[in-house]
Design a protein around this ligand. Structure first.
Ligand SMILES: NC(=O)c1ccc[n+]([C@@H]2O[C@H](COP(=O)([O-])OP(=O)(O)OC[C@H]3O[C@@H](n4cnc5c(N)ncnc54)[C@H](OP(=O)(O)O)[C@@H]3O)[C@@H](O)[C@H]2O)c1
Length: 298
């Protein structure tokens, strides 16, 4: 299998590259600002130049394209609606159309932020999306454009992506910040009024490639099975790393002034992917255990 990863130097992208390499697939990629540390063929590609994507397809001749590139700065999208629309809304549709034209399978990555958070049961693929901020609106537009252009595309929604960046082999994002605070003995203020199903990037990458293997199309939710608050996530991390949990401080989303609204509840129902792959998805503890060596204090 010849796999082309768009956004190969992002958190998820680096894990998709690694997952493809572990399967002995031929892997190539694109990057935006910084070339990845992988020994793979790659090329610079700005999603804004989406009209030139066909030349990349002609150069690499992939069997499958996984689009991990996006404008992921949720508050930044609120401040720059036009860039959010182009990167998250328009570009995915053009990439999907080009893939359909070249008979290349297309996998697109979306988000739990397409939901408004008023639900109290995990959102299934059948739930009506209703984003409450520009990021979610632009990602929903991207989903729809992809599905309009390529009915055989796979669109995977993820939630609160975290894990090891596989190019740099380092922990990034939320757990890295929690660990930093715990290691320096500082308080860790964490929300107790937001609920999500954290998605470990390495786990999601494997699931995406398993879905490609099984030629699954359409909309699929990919996340862990634990619907937790960031505070609970912090407790699990502190316990796994042997850190002092007393440093965790209960906080509220209202404590922070941010440009974009966040859904208070965006847990994803993963029963569809479990049924398609015929296996359970991990709990959050399973996922944290998978990176315990890197997260631990010793
Ligand atoms: N992070 C989350 O919590 C989360 C939750 C749900 C869904 N998702 C979705 O998961 C996917 C992967 O996100 P991630 O967590 O891996 O985020 P990430 O680490 O921020 O990766 C995003 C990638 O997009 C690239 N990019 C940004 N602007 C670009 C442009 N103009 N042209 C080409 N590439 C550009 C970035 O490259 P540079 O850094 O070089 O600009 C980066 O490699 C995205 O579709 C995101 O919407 C993320």
């Amino acid at each position: 299998m010849n796999l082309l990863v768009i956004g190969a130097n992002g958190l998820l992208g680096s894990n998709v590259v690694r997952a493809g390499q572990r399967r002995d697939w031929d892997v190539c990629g694109t990057y935006h600002s910084t070339p990845p540390d992988f020994e793979i063929p790659f090329i610079q590609f700005d999603l804004r130049a989406y009209d030139g994507f066909d030349t990349i397809l002609e150069e690499f001749e992939p069997d499958v394209v996984v689009n991990c590139a996006a404008m992921t700065d949720v508050d930044g999208c609120e401040a720059d609606l036009e860039t959010a629309r182009v990167l998250n809304g328009d570009a995915p549709g053009v990439l999907a159309a080009q893939c359909a034209l070249h008979e290349v399978r297309f996998v697109h990555v979306s988000t739990d932020y397409v939901f408004d958070g008023t639900g109290r049961d995990p959102y299934s693929e059948a739930a009506d999306p209703h984003p409450i901020q520009a990021y979610g609106e632009s990602k929903l537009a991207g989903e729809q454009a992809v599905r309009d252009e390529d009915t055989a595309a796979l669109v995977a929604r993820l939630s609160f992506v975290w894990g090891l960046h596989r190019g740099r082999n380092e922990l990034t994002g939320f757990p890295a910040w929690v660990r930093g605070q715990l290691q320096t003995g500082e308080d860790v203020p964490l929300f107790t009024d937001q609920w999500l199903t954290p998605t470990r990037a390495g786990q999601a990458a494997d699931v995406l490639l398993d879905l490609v293997d099984r030629e699954v199309t359409g909309l699929v939710h990919v996340a862990c099975t634990s619907c937790v608050t960031p505070y609970k996530f912090g407790e699990i991390l502190a316990e796994a790393g042997g850190y002092d949990g007393d440093l965790l401080v209960a906080g509220s989303m209202d404590d922070i002034d941010r440009d974009a609204a966040r859904p208070a509840y965006s847990c994803l129902d993963v029963s569809h992917v479990e049924s398609v792959l015929d296996r359970s998805q991990p709990t959050l503890r399973d996922d944290v255990d998978a990176v315990r060596d890197i997260f631990g204090s010793t």
